[in-house]
Structure formats: C-alpha cells, structure tokens
Design a protein around this ligand. Structure first.
Ligand code: GDP
Ligand code: IMO
Ligand code: MG
Length: 421
C-alpha cells in the first residue's frame, strides 16, 4: 500500500485539519510527522469546533488508528490538556492513539529558552509561537534531546542533566530560570501521557502497510515555513515538506503515493518574515475580517494578501504535489476582482523564482487580475453549481501550477467541501 501525504503549501493555517478530517474515512491510519503544539488545526462539524495541536486530525471519524510520529516534538502538558478535552467530548483516545518512542520531548526549560532566544534577537525575532519548538529541535539535532521512549527508563537523571544545561544557557541569555511551577505540571502530565501506547511507530506503520492498510500523513505548518526550503530564517525548525513524512515516520520515499497540497484562495502568514503579496490596505483588512484570520491557538492577527503563485509553484515542486486542494474560496465571494501574483520583480529584474534571501531584497509582485465570482459559495454542494468566473479561477491556478484541483472548500464546516471530478 502507498502512503498519501497532506500538507500546507503556504505559510501554515491553510485548513489542513479540516481536510484531514474529511479524508480520514478513506484511510485506516492517520499520522502526524513533524511539528508540535505550534500547530493549531481547526475542525468543525455538527455545530462544534475543535482545535488540535499535537494530536492528528483523524480522531473524530470511525475508529482509525492515529499516530504521533517520531518527527513530532511533544509537550506533555499541552498534550494532556488536548487529550483530556477530547476524552471529555467522547473520543476514546486511549484506544486509537499511539505515540512514537522517538518523538522528542519539549521540556519546561525549552519554552523558557524559546522566549529568551526571541528576546535576545530583538527586532530580528522570528515571532515564534513560544512553545519551545526551536530549542527542542536544536537539542535533537545536537544530540542532546530527550525522547518519549526515555520516559520509560531512568528518566530522572537524563532530565536533571538536560535541565542543568538549559539553566546555564538561560543564565547566559538573561532568561527566566524559574521553572518550578511548570515542572510540577510537566511531571503530572507525563504520568498521564504514559497511559497511552508508546510504540516503535516506524515498525507499526510498515506493518500496517504490509497488511494492506492505507496511511494518510498529516503535515503541520506549511512548505514556506520549512527549515530547509522556507523563507529562512523566518521558518519553523522542522521539515514540513513531503520528505518530512519519510523521516518523521520511517516510511521509505518509494512508498509515497498522492501528495495533497493545500492552499488558501489568497494567502496569510503569522509571525515575522517575508510575504511578498502582503496587503497593508483596506483589502488586506477585509480579507482578515471575512476570513477570521486570527491564530487558532495564539489569537495573533494573521497578515493577509493575494495568492502568490511564485511561492506556490516552488512549493508544488519541492513537495511533488499530485493533487491540489483550494480552501476558503468563500472569503473572496464579494470581491469584484481578484489578484494573483504570477511573477516578482526582484531589485527590478523579472523572475518566477522565489529568491534565496527574500528578506534582504526588494520584491515587487506582478499581478494578473481576474474577475470575481460575486456569488455566495457557502451553500454549494457540487461543482456543477460553480459560477463561470469561479471555474475560470480554478482553471487559471491549475494551468499555472500544472496540477489539478481535486477539492474546493467553501466554508469551515466538514460539510462545506466539494470534490471535483
Ligand atoms: P490548519 O492549521 O491548516 O489546520 O488551519 P487553521 O485551523 O489554523 O486555520 C484555518 C481556519 O479556516 C480555521 O478557522 C478553519 O475553521 C477555517 N476554514 C477552513 N476551511 C475554510 C473555508 O473553506 N472557508 C472558511 N471561511 N473558513 C475555513
Ligand atoms: P499550523 O500547523 C502558521 C510560525 C510562527 C513563526 C514561525 C516559527 O497551524 O499551520 P515556531 O513556534 O514554530 O518556532 O515559530 O512559524 N508557525 C506557524 N504559522 N501556522 C502554524 O501551524 C505555525 N507553526 C509555526 O508564527 O512565524
Ligand atoms: Mg493552524
């Protein structure tokens, strides 16, 4: 069996959670492969709204197995909060969720280091989510990390050594070293976490594949936030691209089947960093208001702008996208015209490539203007009902990106999802 991957093509918050939930009935297993509680994946159905952070978005449909893979970084406190809320709403999480031994643990001191690093950067700060993501992945790469599997044997001494190292780093940065309260909560949450199956997830997933079961890998963040291919250094600390599913779950590249690339009909970004099509005018504000563009977890205002086909083309290339999914098209329902960036002028030179250093150069987007569809899309049930201008917008994007659009989302609810032939 093949493994399909679903991931964001922009700067995150494309609507991954919603679509994973919609696609889940077609799969046996749903697995998160990277990121951590910096993610906020929103799902809406039957009048209820849920925001998932570390737990895969496949927990609400049937009885799929859900896996937190080894590429994920896990904060036991935030995990316990999220998991208990799901249990309270009737999800039998302990039966369906499995956690990789290889997932790295976010310690209380990692959160403090995240804050101290950001403070030390001053005006050059990334605008991180403050969840300790960067410091935890730093420890992983520098071979100092603690993993979920470590909780099972002789953990206290490993924890004490990590804490000591972190405290001296915090002292050097002038950061807050008082972790007593956070630590108490953390160790309580660890006891709860240990009630879940802690597994060798790479063996589990490959065993499922041998048995003919299908797997959907759920990405977090977006391609333009990838540590290698995103708008570095204004990125997250993991590989958000398709290849991250291989390293984060232990599935071989030859196993990858379809790659679903999700994008908004416009574009948003939260935190600092380059955003060539950002709008600073009334139109940007209108998109933010109509799209409720505020962080799912932090409530931070998201920066808004027109769709950027230069960045999207780049993402489609590095991810090997085979199917596109367009989200939040309803947000543009009222616009007379819609702009799409088809090229950049970088320091006066025309290009269709995303520049190496998008921070240090002057990027002027070159736009194509398309007619708006001026139709309420939110109640539509099938592609036959689409107005011509909307069909033209889809056809234009498909032609520019060279990949078919297979799903269009016209509202936040599970039911507001339309499949195209
Ligand atoms: P994720 O991180 O990629 O899962 O996305 P988020 O949950 O952070 O942000 C997407 C937001 O858009 C959420 O509030 C969703 O409920 C909402 N949403 C998803 N699809 C649509 C859509 O088609 N139309 C509208 N208006 N909202 C949507
Ligand atoms: P989902 O999965 C949008 C951004 C932060 C910051 C940068 C680094 O919901 O799409 P980090 O805390 O990861 O070190 O922050 O990445 N960021 C996200 N932006 N959606 C996300 O996740 C994000 N996760 C991180 O705002 O700019
Ligand atoms: Mg989000």
């Amino acid at each position: 069996m093949k493994v399909d991957v679903l991931l964001g093509l922009q700067w995150g918050d494309e609507g991954k959670g919603k679509v994973v939930d919609v696609l889940t009935p077609r799969y046996d297993v749903v697995a998160r492969f990277q990121g951590g509680p910096n993610a906020g994946h929103t799902l809406e159905f039957e009048g209820k709204k849920y925001v998932l952070r570390s737990i895969p978005s496949g927990v609400f449909q049937n009885e799929n197995v859900n896996i937190i893979g080894g590429g994920v970084v896990l904060d036991p406190v935030l995990f316990a909060e999220e998991a208990k809320a799901l249990e309270q709403s009737g999800v039998e999480l302990k039966k369906i969720l499995r956690i990789s031994k290889k997932a790295h643990l976010i310690l209380p001191t990692h959160r403090k280091l995240d804050a101290a690093n950001e403070k030390a950067k001053g005006a050059a700060r990334i605008g991180t989510t403050g969840k300790g993501i960067g410091p935890t992945y730093t420890d992983k790469i520098s071979r100092n990390g603690l993993r979920v599997g470590d909780l099972l044997h002789d953990f206290d001494s490993k924890y004490a050594a990590a804490k000591k190292r972190h405290i001296s780093m915090l002292e050097a940065l002038g950061g807050d070293t008082d972790v007593a309260d956070l630590e108490k909560q953390w160790f309580e949450a660890v006891e709860y976490l240990k009630e879940y199956p802690i597994v060798d997830s790479e063996y589990e997933i490959n065993d499922y594949l041998k048995q003919g079961k299908s797997v959907l890998c759920e990405g977090a963040q977006g391609t333009m936030l990838d540590v290698d291919f995103g708008s570095y250094p204004f990125v997250t600390s993991s590989n958000t691209v398709t290849a991250g599913a291989c390293t984060g779950l232990g599935v071989a590249p030859s196993r990858i089947g379809d790659v679903y690339g999700i994008f908004k009909a416009y574009c948003t970004r939260v935190g600092a960093g380059p955003f060539p099509t950002e709008l600073f005018d009334e139109t940007g504000k209108t998109i933010r208001d109509l799209g409720h563009e505020y962080g799912a977890v932090t409530g931070r205002e998201r920066r808004c702008g027109w769709i950027d086909l230069v960045a999207l083309k780049y993402a489609v290339m590095v991810d090997g996208v085979t199917k596109l999914i367009m989200m939040k098209s309803d947000v543009l329902d009222g616009f007379d015209t819609i702009k799409a960036c088809v090229a950049y002028k970088v320091d006066g030179e025309l290009t269709d490539r995303f520049p190496f250093d998008a921070t240090g150069v002057d990027i002027e987007p070159v736009y194509r203007e398309l007619p708006g569809w001026k139709t309420d899309m939110t109640a539509m049930k099938s592609a036959d009902e689409f107005p011509q201008a909307f069909k033209d917008y889809i056809a234009f994007i498909e032609k520019e990106l060279g990949v078919p659009v297979c799903i269009v989302s016209v509202g936040p609810d599970r039911s507001q999802t339309i499949e195209l032939k």
